[in-house]
Structure formats: structure tokens, C-alpha cells
Write a protein of this length. Structure first.
Length: 188
């Protein structure tokens, strides 16, 4: 009987030691690196078109359906605005710029409404004429490549943009929040 108790005690010590070890799984590394109290994303609900024009009525605008989600899980909007920046490029690899980056438009938090899922969501139409109006003196080649970058400013002044997100947020299936988009632009 003494031997049974010895083996039970030894088994409990071994199991206790094993259960206290940290997991080596990748998901645990990801979850350990997530700051769940801060951070926010601007999720694009619908994909942007790959081509827009300045004159064709069927595609002379961008429809942006944006949803803001805060890292702390709060459904109460705690942001001031979403800004959209534009820079035009000669090539799709974005190596030769035609213009500097400039503020294209912004959307105040008051323009968002709480959707059925409890998050702030807004639908915004951005006419491509605004691309030309933003750079009135630029010689814009045909085609051009528009780089659109989003910024989310929180109520405390913190700003989130494409340089603040990792691959799972920017290109992941769930988040779809790259903060950065490329669109072919024909200014004719």
C-alpha cells in the first residue's frame, strides 16, 4: 500500500509540474502579444474597386463602408474621426510618386451610427473628382495608382494607421483592416 501512495504522490508532482508550463503554441504567442486594453481598427466591410475613373459615372467614386472596432471590446465609440490620405503614383509597385501624400477627406465619429452588431459603421461616397481637386497642379499620368491610407484618431489623441497593424489584422480574413489600399485611377 505504501508503494501505491508513493506512486500517486510522484504522479501528482509530475502532473503539477507539467500543467504549470507555458504553452509553445503559436496561438498562445499571438494572444500573449495582444494588448487587449488599447488599439483599434477600421475594418472595411466591402472591398474597394480595383479601378476608378474621373469621368465614367459607373465608377467615378469610391464607396467606403467602414466599421470601427476598439481593442478594449467597448461598443461605445471612443474616436474622433477617420482620415483618408491620398498619394498618386506612376506604377503599381509605388516606387515613383506623382504627388506627395495629402489629406483627401475625413469622417467625424458623428457620421457613424451603431449598426446591428453594436459597432460604429458608416457608408461614405468619395467622388474621384476629389482626387483631381486635391492635386490641381499635378500632371497625373494615365493610368495612375492611387494609394489610400486611413488614420483613426481616438478621443485621447492616439492615432492608428497602417504602420500600427500586423499581418493578421491588415490581411486577415476576420479583421480586413489594412488601413492602406491601392486603386487604379484613370483621370480621363
Amino acid at each position: 500500500m505504501k508503494n501505491i501512495f508513493k506512486y500517486l504522490m510522484l504522479a501528482m508532482v509530475v502532473l503539477a509540474g507539467v500543467s504549470c508550463e507555458d504553452s509553445d503554441l503559436i496561438i498562445d504567442e499571438v494572444l500573449d502579444s495582444v494588448d487587449t486594453e488599447s488599439g483599434a481598427v477600421v475594418r472595411t466591410i466591402s472591398d474597394l474597386p480595383s479601378l476608378v475613373t474621373a469621368t465614367n459615372e459607373t465608377n467615378n467614386f469610391l464607396e467606403l463602408i467602414l466599421e470601427v472596432q476598439q481593442g478594449n471590446g467597448s461598443f461605445i465609440p471612443d474616436f474622433t474621426e477617420v482620415r483618408v490620405y491620398l498619394q498618386l503614383w506612376e506604377d503599381q509597385d509605388l516606387t515613383t510618386s506623382v504627388t506627395d501624400e495629402a489629406l483627401l477627406t475625413s469622417f467625424a465619429s458623428s457620421e457613424f451610427s451603431i449598426d446591428a452588431n453594436g459597432l460604429p459603421r458608416g457608408t461614405f461616397i468619395v467622388p474621384t473628382q476629389l482626387f483631381l481637386d486635391t492635386f490641381p497642379n499635378a500632371e497625373i499620368p494615365v493610368p495612375s495608382f492611387a494609394a489610400l491610407r486611413l488614420e483613426l484618431e481616438m478621443a485621447d489623441g492616439t492615432v492608428f494607421t497602417n504602420t500600427d497593424v500586423g499581418g493578421q489584422v491588415s490581411g486577415g480574413i476576420y479583421f480586413n483592416a489594412p488601413f492602406f489600399y491601392r486603386v487604379i485611377f484613370l483621370n480621363t
